[in-house]
Design a protein around this ligand. Structure first.
Ligand code: S3P
Length: 429
């Protein structure tokens, strides 16, 4: 854990960057590539710590995985021939790895134990364990399976028809992963649509999946076939530079190959609603995961209301949107976002505490926050809470703060964006 002090004066951001691969899609490429028998090749893979944790877990299950830069080759004997691991599977800081693997491991014939870091040890797992238990999964863990370490005794599963109590792609995906091995048709009903990378990738690996009016259904027992997956740039990483470009003076940034899947693009709608100076050029709308070049420049912004169905489409971007709102004229209200409380840290508290230290006019609410702008920000010593997105929010705030901003732990940024400071330096003029 190393601290970092940042000081910028009148910085303008100019140039082009290609943000690293999407975290959610990178995880899933290794998961599906490991379930499928044979070879899967991946390009554009994110070498962030979270995705490396996923690779490590599957290697312990006997899957051969070679990483060469951002290219990954997976040679798998198929889920039926995985090895029972002698060691505990360590999922690090990654909620996606822990929750999705719970779904996958439940339908094997193996006994496995999973654990992660201190943050993972506080994140709720029963949202996944409970529906999996309805399918017949045998899961044990602290507080009846709420917290890691989790022990899973894999076995036969039955399909379920499940109505999601929260909008969560991790819960949906864990059920779909288990559904692959279950007898019967698995149905997941969402009232608000969460990211759909699992559904898209199931199709890429040859499965037949139906999605209609927020209902995902598919037949268990379908075999997956190894394939090629191209991972687009992560819009959740691009978001930090979209905001940085909008709030600094004389800036003009071109972000290339950004994934713009419409279950993830809420940040673009918010920027548009706030009046950002931004253009979006779609590359190929028909790709498995569409991408775009996004150009952003210094913007005059106005406050907005962010609530309801858009929340799952920008849940990971709320910390940086809160910073954006400190520079907009008027009030920004963020509601319906209680899920922020169970992310890598409680992100309502973390965002409000840290932006307040910089002088922002921001108050926490039960399900979000209210920000009044514009405010000139001052330097401060900030805590990251070991949360990569809180760390990057602090670093972007440093670009406009009057004085030094110190982050107590900048290393955590490597969870999703190991080259973040390199990219920031390359744009700073
Ligand atoms: C993710 C889903 C989201 C998101 C997380 C990644 C995924 O979590 O916050 O960073 O890859 O499925 P929830 O599904 O719990 O909302």
């Amino acid at each position: 854990m190393s601290s970092k002090t940042l000081q910028y004066e009148q910085v303008a951001l100019k140039g082009n960057i290609t943000v690293p691969g999407d975290k959610s899609i990178s995880h899933r490429s290794v998961m599906f590539g490991s379930i499928a028998k044979g070879r899967t090749t991946v390009t554009g893979f994110l070498l962030g710590e979270d995705c490396l944790s996923t690779i490590d877990c599957f290697k312990k299950l006997g899957v051969e995985i070679e990483v060469d830069g951002t290219n990954v080759t997976i040679d798998s004997p198929g889920i039926d021939n995985w090895m029972e691991p002698k060691e505990v599977l360590y999922t690090g800081n990654s909620g996606t790895t822990t929750r999705l693997m719970l779904g996958i491991l439940s339908g094997t014939s193996l006994h496995t134990v999973m654990t992660g870091d201190a943050s993972i040890g506080k994140r709720p797992m029963r949202r996944v364990a409970d529906p999996l238990r309805l399918m017949g999964a045998q899961i044990a863990g602290r507080e009846n399976g709420q917290y890691t370490p989790l022990a899973i005794q894999g076995g036969p599963l039955q399909a379920i028809d499940y109505t999601m109590p929260v909008a969560s792609a991790q819960v949906k995906s864990a059920i779909l992963m288990a559904g692959l091995r279950a007898q019967g048709t698995t149905i997941v009903r969402e009232s608000e649509v969460s990211r759909d990378h699992t559904e898209r990738m199931l199709r890429q690996f040859g499965a037949n999946v139906t999605v209609k009016d927020g209902v995902v259904s598919f037949e268990g027992g379908q075999e997956l076939t190894g394939t090629h997956v191209n991972v687009p740039g992560d819009i959740s990483s691009a978001a930090f530079f979209l905001v940085a470009g909008a709030i600094t003076n004389n800036s003009h940034i071109v972000l290339e190959n950004v994934g713009v899947n419409d279950t993830r693009d809420g940040i673009l709608q918010v920027l548009q609603n706030m009046g950002a100076n931004m253009t979006i050029e779609i590359d190929d709308a028909n790709a498995a995961e569409p991408t775009a070049t996004i150009i952003i420049g210094t913007s005059q912004l106005t406050g907005t209301v962010i609530e309801g169905a858009i929340i799952p489409r920008l849940i990971d971007e709320i910390p940086i949107i809160a910073l954006l709102a400190t520079q907009a004229t008027g009030k920004t209200i963020i509601k319906d976002a209680e899920e922020l409380k169970v992310k890598e840290t409680n992100r309502i508290d973390a965002v409000v505490n840290e932006l307040k230290k910089l002088g922002a006019n921001i108050e926490a609410t039960d399900d979000g926050m209210i920000i009044e702008g514009p405010t000139k920000l001052a330097g401060a010593s900030l805590k990251t809470y070991g949360d990569h997105r809180i760390g990057m929010m602090g670093a972007v705030a440093a670009l406009i703060a009057d004085g030094e901003v110190t982050l107590d732990d900048a290393d955590c940024i490597a969870v999703s964006y190991p080259t973040f400071f390199e990219h920031l330096n390359s744009l700073s003029k």
